[in-house]
Write a protein that binds this ligand. Structure first.
Ligand code: MG
Length: 295
């Protein structure tokens, strides 16, 4: 099932995307008894999802997709987005180049590197990435698969970790590279307002048999820059969930961005940072394509 949030009369509304028919089922109309926002919907778990499955057959509350303006599926996460740095080998290698603004001689990380992005970074598909807010003019893209947590928990073991995955979405971990390098901790360079495009949908985990077989592709102005299977993560999704939940209780609706493959702008000589008028499109099927212009 592909879940979306769309905007109608200035309000966020929940919908289910019927990809084949290019239509959206407006859940407030088709099933007014169901939760009205994505976080509550996710917290409702399987029971809520099963109710929606029944609606897919009926014709109630259907709207052509082309008429809707999408928001991020989780427009305002309840807390920071958890992110993982240096989680693809080829990306670690490109960071080791001398021209990298966060050059490091570190070998592959022995344990996952976590940092976070503030909830206020989230913007929806099609919204401009506000590169004008980057005081260092070194705005870069990072296409990533993001895991959305369903049932929460603490001390989740690897073996059972996938049962805690509600679904998957795409995020662009937009980064001000010079800020990232200057402040030791990456938070400032990663948390500029609007620096986390998310969407276009959440695909529920039951429709993804192997997360490793998903392919992350990023195009800038149509040029393919990143292209890697999720299977090449250094630390896989169960390991990330196990590591995080050893420290903190995970909650429904938490988002874990799994890291970016090689091909970021910083990896080129000279760096290819984003500039006004560029377009960044990240595709991971069956989630779709997250496309944003740069402002
Ligand atoms: Mg990243």
């Amino acid at each position: 099932m592909l879940l979306i949030t769309f905007i109608e009369d200035g309000q966020h509304k929940l919908g289910v995307l019927d990809h084949a028919r290019r239509e959206v089922i407006d859940l407030a109309r088709a099933a007014p008894q169901l939760p009205r926002d994505m976080l509550a919907f996710i917290a409702g778990g399987r029971a809520v999802r099963d109710e929606v499955h029944e609606l897919m057959i009926g014709g109630e509350g259907r709207v052509p997709l082309a008429e809707l303006r999408l928001a991020a599926p989780i427009p305002r996460p309840a807390r920071n987005i958890f992110c993982v740095g240096k989680n693809y080998r080829d990306h670690v290698r490109e960071l080791q180049k001398p021209e990298s603004t966060i050059a490091s001689t570190d070998a592959l990380p022995a344990v996952p590197i976590f940092f976070t992005k503030a909830p206020s970074t989230v913007i929806g598909p099609g919204e401009p990435i506000p590169a004008w807010l980057d005081p260092t003019q070194s705005t870069d893209y990072e296409g990533e698969l993001a895991v959305v947590i369903g049932p929460g928990g603490r001390g989740i073991a690897r073996a059972g970790a996938m049962r805690h995955v509600y679904g998957y979405t795409i995020i662009n971990d937009v980064t001000a590279r010079i800020l990232q390098g200057r402040h030791q901790q990456w938070f400032l360079g990663k948390s500029i307002d609007g620096f986390c495009p998310m969407g276009p949908a959440i695909v529920t985990a039951d429709e993804v048999s192997q997360a490793g077989s998903l392919q992350v592709q990023t195009r800038v102005n149509g040029e393919l820059r990143q292209d890697a299977p999720v299977a090449s993560l250094i630390f896989d999704i169960p390991t990330l969930i196990e590591t995080l939940s050893r420290t903190m209780t995970l909650e429904p609706g938490d988002i874990i961005a799994t890291g970016t493959p090689a091909g970021v702008g910083m990896g080129f000589k000279p760096p290819k940072y984003l500039k006004k008028g560029d377009t960044v499109a990240i595709t991971i099927d069956p989630i779709g394509t997250l496309e944003n212009p740069v402002g």
